[in-house]
Write a protein that binds this ligand. Structure first.
Ligand code: FE2
Length: 361
């Protein structure tokens, strides 16, 4: 095909972006909220002249081939600007109606919910999206749509722990886990969303009791899910809480990686699920292309292979008809917490305050 110039440009763009953010998802999301964001990289002229500008907090190299396939399918060039959820939100706010962004691509539901609340996103009328994405994974007003599912659950060293000893997030507050836990700090958005879900499900008092119990168990606080897994594998702690795809990555590198996944709260509300997803900005100049991008990502673009979303990143597709990557398919099925994930954004500030009061750092 005659698109040889476009993929090369995309490769260069992604190489730059990936070099800057190689630390990837392990870095705290709020690492550089005030740092000036890189300018939107210029795209090669698409044969069609059609473009879509994406502000993306998703910085996995695996997105490169997915965007390339979208461009090949539709003739729409993807221009990518990258940053943390928080820095992109601040940039969208500062730019207002002048923003070049058509699409905001977040790695956390809280970020999308906050963007929607701030009036930075617009509703999208799309039967395709409503059919493709389950209601609990998208905004009730269709201002954003989850495209991948990331399950934050219990992981353990099978040489030290029997799965029969595990049950719920709440049970990790039991003194039997004293000095045995590895946990992500309160500063990270993943922890905040998990605690927000506990506030919504259990009420603030019971959630505070659980978080106090976690803190009383003197966990090792490690601000990287990958390092939590490595510490468990090395015998530094017995149990932790991480997103499932980090274990998928370790298993892709070594099938013998000695950490197992345990789906939490299966006899109760279900395991905590977050998303990465997209919304069309309120000021989008290429709205039709923006909607096409999200629809494509929710349908043809979904799958477990490297050219699809979530592809090589080992998340679960949001579209139930898509096949997950074989490594995470091996984790078995799980019952998700059916909570509307917009709650994570609504209760984020409460979660931060609760952890501070409970002594969870
Ligand atoms: Fe992550």
């Amino acid at each position: 095909m005659a698109h040889s110039q476009k993929p090369r440009t995309m490769l260069t763009l992604f190489a730059l972006v990936c070099a800057v953010v190689l630390a990837g998802c392990a870095a705290p999301q709020a690492a550089s909220p005030t740092a000036p964001a890189a300018p939107t990289a210029p795209a090669a002229p698409a044969a069609s002249g059609q473009v879509v500008n994406v502000y993306s907090a998703r910085h996995y190299g695996t997105m490169e081939s997915v965007f390339q396939r979208f461009t090949a399918d539709t003739g729409i060039e993807v221009r990518l600007s990258q940053g943390s959820v928080q820095s992109l939100l601040e940039r969208l706010k500062a730019e207002g109606s002048q923003t070049p962004a058509d699409v905001f691509f977040s790695i956390d539901a809280g970020g999308l919910a906050l963007a929607a609340e701030e009036g930075l996103l617009q509703p999208v009328e799309s039967a395709t999206l409503v059919e493709s994405i389950p209601a609990n994974l998208r905004d009730a007003q269709n201002r954003w749509f989850g495209l991948t599912q990331r399950v934050r659950t219990i992981v353990y060293n099978p040489a030290k722990v029997q799965p029969s000893e595990l049950s719920t997030y709440e049970a990790l507050a039991d003194p039997q886990w004293k000095d045995r836990l590895c946990m992500r700090p309160a500063s990270h958005v993943y922890t905040q969303s998990l605690v927000a879900s506990m506030i919504a499900n259990l009420g603030p008092e019971q959630a505070a009791t659980v978080v106090q119990g976690w803190a009383a168990n003197n966990p090792q606080f490690i601000d990287s899910d990958t390092r939590i897994l490595e510490t468990i594998a090395a015998g530094g702690c017995d149990v932790g809480i991480t997103n499932h795809y980090y274990l998928g990555r370790e298993l892709a590198k070594s099938a013998d990686f000695p950490v197992k996944v345990f789906w939490a709260n299966q006899n109760e509300r279900g395991v905590h699920v977050n998303i990465s997803g997209m919304g069309v900005t309120a000021a989008a100049r290429n709205k039709d292309n923006a909607v096409k991008l999200i629809e494509w990502m929710a349908t043809e673009g979904q799958g477990g292979d490297a050219e699809s979303l979530p592809g090589g990143n080992h998340e679960f597709p949001a579209n139930a008809s898509a096949t997950p990557h074989e490594i995470i398919a091996g984790f078995g099925s799980y019952k998700p917490d059916p909570i509307a994930i917009s709650e994570y954004g609504r209760l984020q500030a409460d979660a931060v305050k609760l952890m501070e009061t409970a002594g969870y750092r």
